[in-house]
Design a protein around this ligand. Sequence first.
Ligand code: MLT
Length: 218
Amino acid sequence: MNRKSKLSFEHRFVGGDRAGDGLTLLLLHGTGGDESDLIPLGQTLAPGAALLSPRGRVLENGMPRFFRRLAEGIFDQHDLKVQTDALVQFTESSSQAYEIRPDRIVAVGYSNGANIASSVLLAHPKVFAAAVLFRPMVPFIPANTPNLERVNVLVAAGRSDRIVSSQETQRLVQLFENAGATVTTVWHNGGHELGQDDVDAATNWLTDWRARLLSAAG
Ligand code: MLT
């Protein structure tokens, strides 16, 4: 068995090219999605970046998710922790197996995928250099404030999202800011679904962030 076949999530990996500046996007789908869903989005957001796209390991009525929930918006905290740790382990093992730069991993998550990305940020603050979170919620309140001082986060919320209220969005932004993260919030003119305005805002934000990263790296 080689190192790749031992990785603990079903996944797709698309290698990057020179234009990708050593960046890898960790693509995290929403409930009912799979490892192919966000590949086109990743190619749009950061052309040339490598793409690592796992499939959530929990099934809810046959629909893949990244952790169990007890009801809409009520998360099984034990399973959230187990699955958060497993995703971190997968990301670290994949870095070795695919020779990914561990300091240039950017999480891109939608809905349930954004929630597990937020959970990784709060529980393992060194794993992501940046995160693009579409329609995230507060996954849990950490007992100790993590140090996210080097981390940039884009939160893309929906003005009329019936799953994530604007207060919930503000609570999450506050949590990240209290931890020292640099957070940008953009508001989609609609609900929980992704719009072209989200994609444009995230592409522009990532382009700016990459430019800053490269100029700091010299
Ligand atoms: C979740 O369960 O993570 C959120 O309610 C988002 C969703 O998947 O609907």
